[in-house]
Design a protein around this ligand. Structure first.
Ligand SMILES: Nc1nc2c(c(=O)[nH]1)N[C@H]1C(S)=C(S)[C@@H](COP(=O)(O)O)O[C@H]1N2
Ligand SMILES: [Mo]
Length: 200
């Protein structure tokens, strides 16, 4: 697939694996992916249920905020939209917080999480995620930087109030759109927090 290079990114051959809080152990029998917070019906899915729900297969690039990108990655997963349909997200929900088994968290605006291309990825390049890649599941939103893709994902929480995740607490952007170059807080133009008042 012919794609454009986002501003400030360079393509490299392979992913650089990150595990800021270490690689956790995963017991796939015990594993559940929970949908929680501002929803009418909280739900949880087993890994096998998630696999039967795969509805998206596409080739998309991956972009890390530190400047590296990987071209033409083949992803398979379930649209986040599909996963939360039965949960019925309340209107007051404005943000989505992703929680991981290792304690890592990330946050994205609800619209970005529910976009058509936003998935819970279960397979990369034709194989289940490896343990380093975040087995069994990680969100993938092609238009957002990679730090939003919380590996070893266990919970998707809908909230009305913005809360920092692991990297947001360290200055990274609330939304992280790669095309708007929203690397750090205060960058980009269309994120959903009140801007500093303009004094005239
Ligand atoms: N749980 C967890 N998820 C994580 C990270 C992490 O350290 N821990 N790093 C993030 C960052 S900054 C990037 S760029 C991608 C990297 O994905 P990879 O390790 O599969 O290359 O994972 C994201 N998800
Ligand atoms: Mo990253």
């Amino acid at each position: 697939m012919q794609t454009q290079t986002p501003p400030g990114q360079k393509y490299i051959k392979r992913f650089i694996f990150y595990a800021a809080l270490g690689v956790p152990e995963v017991d796939i029998q015990q594993y559940r992916l929970k949908i929680s917070g501002l929803v009418e019906n909280p739900i949880e899915y087993t890994y096998d249920q998630l696999l039967t729900m795969i509805d998206t297969r596409y080739t998309r690039d991956f972009h890390c905020v530190t400047g590296w990108s990987v071209k033409d990655v083949y992803w398979e997963g379930v649209k986040i939209k599909t996963l939360v349909e039965k949960a019925k997200v309340k209107d007051e929900a404005k943000w989505v917080i992703f929680y991981s088994l290792d304690g890592y968290t990330s946050v994205v605006p609800k619209e970005d999480a529910l976009a058509e291309d936003s998935i819970i990825a279960l397979r990369i390049n034709g194989k289940p995620l490896s343990i380093e890649q975040g087995f069994p599941a990680r969100p993938f939103m092609p238009h957002l930087y990679g730090w939003k893709s919380a590996k070893w994902l266990t919970e998707i929480e809908f909230t009305s109030k913005y809360v920092d995740g692991y990297w947001e607490e360290r200055g990274y952007n609330e939304r992280g759109n790669v095309w708007e170059e929203e690397r750090f807080k205060g960058q980009g133009g269309r994120h959903h927090l009140p801007r500093r008042p303009i004094l005239t």
